[in-house]
Ligand binder design. Structure first.
Ligand code: TDX
Length: 338
């Protein structure tokens, strides 16, 4: 089988490229990535020479760049390519419109034209908006889309296009909405890698607002396992929510756990001005994918420990990012100023 992973040089994308090559050695994995600021080929050094892996430096927001890849024949497309950082979406929304909406629509068009057997969209629980801190409800596959920031609005819009292609063209598409991921290769602008790397650098960790916002954290490998199950057993036209088994945890509690695992003495938390429109709480009911035989394997403590260990071991990886070194290298290689 030929699997096209878009955004395969990003955090979750590169984890699934590794996962797929490890678990399905007969398959061909094609990685299409625009290598924007968070796409990083260092995430794939160990497999870049594999005969089962191919990389294309292309941008999904450019149909002319992606069509030649589809022409070669692709069985399944999993779309990880997206701008994902909420804070950035507040000041550069056009990037989010281009990658997340126009990019998805281009992929849908190519999937239709080249009769791809399955298109799977990696979406987010953020498309459902937020819950009140004390709300006992969780998001389900029936929850209405109600995005509350520009990032979430762009992902929700992409979903609307998928629904249109499902209805009008019967494109065999599925959607998954996963909660916050942690694990190796996450760009250190997101809360967990930012916290770990800041502490390793002796810097404080900025905690937005009260620090009482709640998220539902999942280890990235559990997310990869869930995608695998959806591709095999999921039904076209359906959405599946992916979440964890942990009790609710707010940002202060999460950071305290990270600090405990790191065991570096210091007063690391610094409360800063809140993110505008900061979503209060996400909580995901994953019963539907549970019926397909999936459940998360990693506990929160295990997920934190594995993530902390990875960042402590791979200092070169994140120092290169934080210093801007790898961006400069890409400018040289690709002649573009991303
Ligand atoms: O410096 C920070 N300080 C802080 O308190 C940052 C970067 C974040 N936070 C808070 C905001 C959130 O409550 O930590 C929480 C997690 O923040 P992010 O890592 O930015 O994630 P979040 O805003 O929850 O969005 C994420 O969840 C869904 C991802 O960024 C999305 O890509 C995913 O789709």
């Amino acid at each position: 089988m030929k699997v096209l992973i878009t955004g395969g040089a990003g955090f979750i994308g590169s984890n699934i490229v590794h996962y797929w090559l490890d678990n399905y050695p007969k398959d061909i994995v094609i990685n299409l990535d625009a290598l924007k600021y968070s796409g990083n080929l260092d995430n794939l050094r160990d497999i870049e020479k594999s005969p089962k892996y191919k990389f294309y430096h292309s941008d999904i927001s450019r149909y002319d760049e992606i069509e030649p890849i589809f022409k070669q024949g692709v069985d399944v497309v999993v779309n990880f390519a997206a701008q994902t950082h909420v804070d950035r979406s507040l000041y550069e929304p056009n990037e989010f419109i281009n990658s997340n909406i126009i990019g998805t629509r281009n992929l849908l068009e190519a999937c239709l034209k080249y009769q791809v057997k399955r298109f799977h969209q990696i979406s987010t629980d953020e498309v459902f908006g937020d819950l009140a801190i004390n709300d006992k409800h969780k998001f389900t596959a029936e929850t209405l889309l109600n995005p509350s920031n520009e990032y979430a609005a762009s992902k929700a819009s992409a979903e609307m296009f998928i629904m249109a292609y499902l209805h009008t063209h019967h494109l065999p598409a599925t959607i998954s909405n996963c909660t916050n991921n942690i694990g190796p290769y996450q760009y250190p602008e997101k809360f967990v890698p930012l916290a770990i790397t800041n502490i390793l650098e002796g810097k404080k960790v900025p905690v937005y607002g009260t620090g009482k916002n709640i998220r539902d954290w999942i280890y990235v490998i559990d997310h990869c396992r869930a995608i695998d199950v959806i591709l095999k057993k999921g039904k076209p036209g359906e959405r599946y929510l992916i979440g964890s088994d942990h009790r609710e945890i707010n940002n202060i509690q999460l950071l305290s756990k990270i600090i405990k695992v790191m065991d570096i003495p210091g007063d690391w938390m610094e409360f800063v001005t809140d993110r505008p429109g900061h979503d209060r709480k996400y909580a995901v009911d994953w019963t539907k994918i549970g019926k397909l035989g999936w459940k998360p394997k990693y506990s929160l403590d295990q997920s934190i420990r594995l993530t902390v260990e990875w960042y402590m071991k791979n200092t070169r990886w994140w120092k290169k990012i934080k210093s801007g070194e790898y961006r400069k290298a890409y400018e040289k290689i690709y002649g573009k100023n991303y």
